[in-house]
Design a protein around this ligand. Structure first.
Ligand code: ADP
Length: 674
């Protein structure tokens, strides 16, 4: 794009220079040769005039008058011959007033001269000079030497019109006729004379010397002048290859047709004999008005054309050099403009392909494009900063949304718990009320049944033997009724069951419980492992702690129907190096607790022991431990046993009564904390 003006403009300019140069050259050459031709024309006219002047001088001379007065033909002839020689004429005739040849004597067929216009004009009293062609007979009649001189073999010439003639026999002459008058101006006769131009080197050499004096033609060009008879060179200084004059060679057909045929002047390059000449031709017209020959001047074209081509070449070379330099400079300049733009473009592409940190970077040019690149980089930096800021805001927003979502989930969970808590609280309150009333109402009939059963056994004595089993069953089931009612009462009003507290050795409490449950343990073939390390005592009611431990041991035994290992451990409970109380662990290798059940085992009435369990053991244990400010947790894997951990303080930190709503809340929350 950058080079287009140069690559398009320079060839057009060179073409124009070439066309204009050639045209100017041709015009210049035409002017030059045209002016040469005018000079030649004038010179030729002067030559004719000279002949007329010479004959005129004779015509008016005293010597001619004397010769005429002598009336001696011999003397007149001698006079004319002498005068012809002295004036350099090729013939000199004296005609009488009728146009008849008086002297010298020639063939009678040519003695009557009145068919020549110049003679007619002279007879009419008007001196006349023209160029005329005399045929070979005529010349021979005048003088055989003239015939001989005018004979010219035609040389075959390239580009010339074809001709059957082998030689030129005619003669081209300056033909002049001057009236001769006596002292009274009466016409005595006519002096007719002429100069043969065939082979007349003097004419062309002088012409050439005038036109093309040495040093007038630049660049070593060579000037030439020629007189044509028809299209044949009869007087010329054009040289053949051997240095001879090119007499008998002929003009090219184009020139002949143009000048002789059409009567125009030729001012152009023409092929002359063997080379191109800048040529000027004009037709030569005889006294009859007929075109009989041509006058030519010209100079060798090659040196001029060489100079033109040389100048053109130098011009072209300068143009090309300027163009090449222009191209290089333009390309460099364009590169300095386009390179930063290409850098910007590449940066845009890289950014489009996801390379966010792509930059144009430093640019060589400090102009508008350099400023543009810097501004573009700055814009990208600003965009990157904005993007980072947006990203940060986005992250913060995400974080806040996550936080809020978590808070909402927490709130939702809390709400659910609160709802469950409320329902449970209401349920517990109802159960508590109901249980308290019902328990007393049931316990009395149960006591009556139990008492009467004992009375019945006593009264029947040995007769009771057949119904011994039924009595045992009634006894067992009433005991179960009593047990459930008692537990319900303990659950509903735990405070009523709480006794005094004391500093209990947890290891001793475990050992006591093992004594109480030894029978069951042995029956189930369960190995007991104990590890007592606790030094701290715990503040608790002994029987309540035993109730909790026995509950856990019994659950462990029930979880291992086919035997297993029961571990009972005690260690000190310390936090931050400070003794707080003791930790008791009850672990078994039983079936473990299903994951779904894990969160529900501390719920009241939750049991997996259909018919055999009350679902109150763990909930009561939880309530007891919580009441003393301790905690009970569980961890279990199904199939790998369960491990209950009790934390008890050395100094109890009493919590609200389990029957109060607050108790219920913790009671529910308890398992989920584990
Ligand atoms: P109960 O023993 O009357 O069912 P609990 O409150 O003592 O009531 O126990 C509730 C439930 O907890 C049990 O039914 C049992 O499914 C589960 N459970 C308690 N202790 C264990 C244990 N050591 N191994 C397996 N499951 C246990």
């Amino acid at each position: 794009m950058v080079l287009a003006p140069l690559l398009l403009g320079v060839p057009i300019l060179l073409s124009l220079v070439w066309i204009w140069g050639n045209e100017g050259y041709h015009r210049l050459m035409s002017y030059k040769v045209g002016s040469d031709l005018v000079t030649a024309h004038e010179y030729f006219a002067r030559m004719r005039n000279n002949v007329a002047v010479d004959i005129g001088a004779l015509a008016g001379s005293r010597s001619l008058a004397q010769a005429l007065d002598s009336r001696d033909p011999e003397q007149l002839q001698n006079y004319l011959e002498q005068a012809r020689r002295e004036t350099g004429l090729d013939f000199l005739f004296l005609l009488d007033t009728r146009g008849e040849l008086q002297a010298p004597r020639i063939s009678p067929s040519h003695a009557r001269r009145t068919h020549w216009p110049v003679v007619v004009s002279a007879l009419a009293g008007e001196a006349s000079t023209a160029i005329d062609v005399f045929d070979a007979d005529h010349l021979a009649a005048i003088n055989p030497v003239l015939r001989q001189r005018s004979r010219l073999p035609l040389v075959p010439t390239p580009n010339a019109a074809p001709t059957p003639d082998r030689e030129e026999t005619r003669g081209l002459l300056i033909h002049s006729a001057i009236p001769v008058r006596d002292e009274h101006k009466r016409l005595l006769g006519v002096l007719e004379g002429g100069v043969l131009l065939n082979g007349n080197s003097q004419l062309v050499d002088q012409l050439n010397a005038i036109l093309y004096r040495e040093g007038t033609l630049p660049l070593g060009s060579q000037g030439t002048a020629t007189l044509f008879l028809g299209d044949a060179r009869i007087a010329t200084n054009v040289r053949l290859f051997r240095g001879e004059r090119a007499l008998g060679t002929r003009a090219s057909q184009v020139v002949r047709d143009h000048v002789l045929g059409a009567g125009h002047t030729w001012l152009d390059s023409a092929f002359v004999v063997n080379d191109h000449y800048v040529s000027g031709y004009e037709p030569v017209v005889d006294s009859f008005g007929k075109r009989i020959g041509m006058l030519y001047v010209g100079f060798l074209e090659a040196p001029f054309r060489g100079a033109l081509y040389g100048a053109m070449f130098v011009l072209f070379a300068v143009f090309v050099a300027i163009s090449v330099a222009g191209c290089v400079l333009s390309l460099r300049w364009a590169r300095s403009i386009f390179k930063p733009l290409e850098q910007v473009d590449a940066t845009i592409r890289r950014i489009a392909s996801g390379e966010a940190d792509a930059r144009v970077g430093p640019v060589a040019s400090q102009d508008e494009i350099g400023q543009l690149s810097a501004a573009f980089d700055k814009l990208l930096d600003t965009l990157a900063a904005r993007r980072a800021e947006l990203q940060r805001w986005g992250d913060e927003l995400d974080h806040k949304v996550a936080e809020r979502t978590l808070a909402l989930e927490d709130a939702h969970a809390t709400l659910e718990k609160a709802q469950r808590h409320l329902a449970m609280t209401e349920k517990l309150a109802a159960i508590g009320e109901l249980t308290a009333g019902v328990a007393h109402e049931i316990n009395n009939p149960v006591a009556v049944i139990q008492g009467n059963l004992d009375v019945l056994k006593e009264i029947l004595g040995p007769d009771a033997e057949p119904v011994k089993e039924e009595i045992r069953l009634i006894h067992e089931q009433t005991h179960r009724i009593w047990l459930i009612v008692t537990k319900l009462l303990q659950f509903a009003r735990p405070g009523e069951f709480a006794g005094y507290t004391e500093g209990v050795d947890p290891s001793a409490a475990i050992a006591d419980c093992l004594v109480l449950t030894r029978h069951n343990l042995e029956r189930r073939n369960i190995e007991v492992r104990t590890d007592y390390r606790a030094q701290q005592r715990v503040e608790v009611n002994t029987s309540e702690l035993q109730q909790v431990l026995i509950n856990l041991i019994v659950n462990g035994i029930q979880a291992m129907p086919d035997g297993g290992i029961l571990c009972l451990n005690s260690i000190d409970w310390e936090e931050g190096g400070q003794p707080i109380g003791a930790i008791i662990e009850v672990c078994d290798t039983g079936q473990g607790i299903a994951e779904d059940d894990l969160s529900r085992i501390f719920d009241p009435f939750f049991t997996t022991k259909k018919g055999a369990g009350t679902g109150l053991g763990l909930s009561i244990s939880y309530a007891i431990i919580e009441r003393y400010g301790g905690k009970i947790t569980v961890r279990s894997q199904p199939g790998e046993g369960a491990c209950f951990t009790i934390h008890l303080r050395s100094e109890a930190c009493y919590q609200a009564s389990p029957s109060a709503p607050g108790f219920a809340a913790r009671w529910i929350e308890g398992p989920s904390r584990t």
